[in-house]
Ligand binder design. Structure first.
Ligand code: UGA
Length: 467
């Protein structure tokens, strides 16, 4: 690598912490800044606030050498060549992104700039944020020739964040001048040259020295819109297949056969066509709403996105109806719930469809026994344990004497469950699967009455009754 660069990353959430660790992994010197003192202390002491593959080993290795954690934004800015802003952009009441954290960080950075810096927006932000950050820096005293603001959206997924960062489909940089573009290209050079993938310690993934990721350079507004359009498109793909799944349900067709047939058209592609109980998490719901709001502000009604949201909301209600039609009455029923995270492989429960469905069940008078491999502590903060809400430490304990099992997140552990043991533990052998983790024929062969999303149920014993 030509020259290690000193990078400050502001915000140590998913995007900030993973980016900081990966920049250090690429050989740069990184200062990770957060104003949450407890979090910084935890990170300094070797702890981790998030559950992410490869991150513990990577930070264990790099903490001593090339990454440090601090609350001192002023000092970090002074030392850095590039300052990445990776703070939260939560949804505000009317759907747009609340950019007050970005504003506060930009104002603070402005007061610390003493020589040329590249300020990089990494958080997901609406188009024109770049211009707003520039204006904010100037208003707070930074001279225009001491900085450039660029946009470098991140496309990592929770659960596979490190691999996604180091083996990206593409690296997008939105930049208006060559000086800033040069620095960004240097930062990503170990990836774009392929040199990183030749290292014996490289995190494995789909990229290699012969097949390094492309770096796409575009205008700052184009980069901002690329991020919103990508997330909105992926959410649309999920809602589309969920709508098709509902038609498949009515027509007695298996949606997976249809998704396979559709996805093999390489103009469409097979990914993000898994039907289920809808998308959740801290990104898609927020970003679809924010993109719709942005369009509205620019004079366009992006009603397609409203429909994407409607289908997503309905998907949970339809699944709830499925539970009701499998069990008839709900009051007093005891249900085992496998999965609370918004998807498998993470402890994140933000906008989790699973939590919403559990709340609906509680409202109807059910008791629930909850199990998730990683998300139970977080769930306890929003669903207190009590006489009707129990948390247990394994899948079979959750199923013991339950009227049915609900599968609500796609953890691999659940797909590998011992079905004989599960059937023996249950009071009635009923599985209602919101993530299509099992094969209907196998389930039927094992004596289960099995319901999933967009696939005909092969009932044994208890039959579903249409309401
Ligand atoms: C998403 C994007 O995939 C990332 O590219 C992006 O960087 C990130 O948002 C972000 O903007 O920060 P993430 O929210 O971690 O990543 O999770 P995904 O794997 O995309 O899943 C989102 C939701 O869609 C989950 O609830 C998942 O269960 C659901 N999903 C996904 C489906 O229901 N079906 C599918 O086929 C795929």
């Amino acid at each position: 690598m030509a020259q290690p660069i000193c990078i400050a990353v502001v915000g140590s959430g998913y995007v900030g912490l993973v980016s900081a660790a990966c920049f250090a992994e690429l050989g740069h010197r990184v200062i990770c800044v957060d104003n949450d003192e407890a979090k910084v202390r935890l990170l300094k002491d070797g702890g981790l606030p998030i559950h992410e593959e490869y991150l513990p080993e990577m930070l264990g290795r790099l903490r001593q050498e090339s990454i440090e954690f601090t609350t001192d934004l002023h000092e970090a800015t002074r030392q850095a060549d590039a300052v990445f802003i990776a703070v939260g952009t939560p949804q505000s009441d009317n759907g747009d992104a609340d950019l007050s954290y970005v504003d506060a960080v930009a104002s603070a950075i402005a007061r610390s700039i003493d020589n040329y810096k590249v300020i990089v927006e990494k958080s997901t932000v609406p188009v024109y944020t770049n211009e707003w950050i520039t204006r904010t820096l100037e208003r707070n005293g930074a001279s225009r020739d001491t900085f450039d603001v660029v946009s470098n959206p991140e496309f990592l997924r929770e659960g596979t964040a490190v691999t996604d960062f180091l083996h990206p489909n593409r690296i997008v940089i939105g930049v208006e001048n060559e000086r800033a573009a040069h620095l960004l290209r240097q930062i990503y050079e170990p990836l774009t040259s392929g040199a990183y993938y030749d290292r014996p310690s490289a995190v494995p993934g789909s990229r290699s020295a012969d097949n390094p990721p492309p770096l796409l350079q575009m205008s700052t507004r184009a980069a901002e819109l690329t991020k919103h359009a990508t997330n909105a498109f992926l959410a649309m793909k999920i809602s589309f297949i969920n709508a098709v799944a509902n038609i498949c349900d009515a027509a007695g067709v298996n949606v997976e056969e249809v998704a396979r047939g559709v996805g093999m058209d390489d103009r469409i592609g097979p990914r993000f066509l898994r039907a289920g109980i809808g998308y959740g998490g801290s990104c898609f719901p927020k970003d679809v709403a924010a993109f719709r709001w942005v369009a509205e502000q620019l004079g366009h009604h992006f009603d397609l996105l409203a429909e994407v949201e409607r289908i997503n909301a309905d998907q949970k209600k339809l699944f709830f109806r499925k539970i009701r039609s499998a069990l008839w009455t709900l009051r007093g029923k005891r249900l085992a719930v496998l999965g609370l995270a918004f998807k498998g492989g993470t402890d994140d429960i933000r906008e989790s469809p699973a939590i919403e469905i559990v709340r609906m069940l509680l409202k109807e008078g059910c008791s629930v026994t909850l199990f998730d491999p990683a998300a139970m502590e977080r769930t306890k903060e929003v669903l207190e344990p009590g006489p009707r809400v129990k948390y247990v430490s394994d899948m079979y304990e959750a199923a013991t004497d339950a009227h049915a099992v609900l599968v609500l997140s796609d953890w691999q552990e659940f797909a590998a469950i011992d079905l004989d043991r599960l059937r023996e533990a249950l009071r009635h052998p009923i599985v209602i699967d919101g993530r299509n983790l099992f094969d209907p024929e196998v389930m039927s062969g094992k004596g289960f009455t099995y319901f999933s999303v967009g696939r005909p149920s092969l009932a044994t014993g208890v039959k579903a009754v249409k309401l």
